[in-house]
Design a protein around this ligand. Structure first.
Ligand code: OAD
Length: 261
């Protein structure tokens, strides 16, 4: 195991763990060619969040904001889950109690087969009417509105259709953050993967888990904002590290069974 970027302790702890919580961020989807937010060339380097990702910006210029989300939805829909997403999908069957808490809205964990997902920031593939709240599930990712054309509106009440994502200044879905914090408090191991850990309350998940006694490791291409507060910082891309980590945990479980008396 010497060549692994993670410790033998992390593998051993995961091999015996029954309750695990994982927090993921945009870095997990970087290898699916979905831009992150804060890396060089990331989304917030090209677009100012205050212009696009808040309700006032939306009301002031709905077609601009709808168009930006339509483009992001198209990129997410055309992307494929990568080895990191697939490894995490395989992870959940290994533990009695598992939660994949994601800040990502791109739906790639779901498409990779993960089922025990808590969506903290919503999901870009869903939309709803801001007035009557009707879900608007039709695939509008390819709709091109001509310059100056009216925005996409609700077929039932003509209200504006918005993406089902959390914007700046908005509360996270209460059930999502409550369940995520509960999972963090009862976990014996927590992984924080591909997140800069600067957006709260999401970044609280690993800290709450550690406070409650979990062993907490992050996996990132560089140390995140909270790296110094965790037990272990694994430097590497999630697409490279996660498949190896999941295999190592499976192998450790097999060895434990072999020698069990
Ligand atoms: P960021 O863009 O802030 O951080 C992405 C992190 O992933 C950085 O720390 C990178 O170093 C790391 N990274 C990049 N490629 C990687 C790879 N292949 N493997 C592992 N790590 C990699 O994205 P988030 O932390 O997800 O919120 O951002 C949090 C929230 O900020 C987003 O959910 C979004 C944004 O505002 C909302 O839209 C509500």
């Amino acid at each position: 195991m010497q060549n692994n970027p993670f410790s033998a302790e992390l593998v051993d702890r995961l091999a015996v763990a029954r309750r695990v919580v994982v927090l993921t961020g945009a870095g997990v989807s970087a290898e699916s060619n979905i831009p992150t937010f804060r890396d060089v060339g990331g989304l917030w380097a090209k677009f100012r969040p205050e212009e696009l990702a808040n309700v006032n910006a939306f009301l002031a210029n709905p077609s601009l904001v709808q168009g930006w989300y339509r483009e992001r939805k198209r990129i997410a829909t055309e992307a494929e889950p990568n080895a990191g997403h697939h490894a995490l999908a395989g992870f959940e069957a290994l533990f009695d109690d598992f939660a994949l808490v994601t800040q990502n809205v791109d739906n790639l964990h779901q498409r990779a087969g993960s089922r025990k997902i808590i969506e903290l920031h919503g999901n870009i593939t869903r939309s709803y009417c801001i007035d009557c709240k009707l879900k608007h599930d039709e695939d509008d990712s390819r709709t091109v509105l001509p310059e100056g054309h009216a925005s996409i509106c609700c077929p039932a009440c003509n209200g504006l259709i918005r993406p089902d994502v959390v914007w700046f200044g908005e509360m996270l879905p209460a059930h999502a953050i409550e369940n995520a914090l509960l999972a963090a408090r009862r976990a014996s191991v927590c992984l924080s993967i591909g997140t800069s850990a600067v957006v709260y309350p999401a970044a609280d998940i690993p800290l709450v888990a550690r406070e409650a006694g979990a062993y907490v490791a992050e996996i990132n291409i560089e140390p995140s904002a909270i790296a110094a507060m965790l037990d272990e910082s694994v430097i590497g891309s999630s697409g490279n590290v996660l498949p190896v980590l999941v295999d190592a945990v499976r192998e450790a479980r097999r060895s434990m069974k072999k020698y069990a008396t």
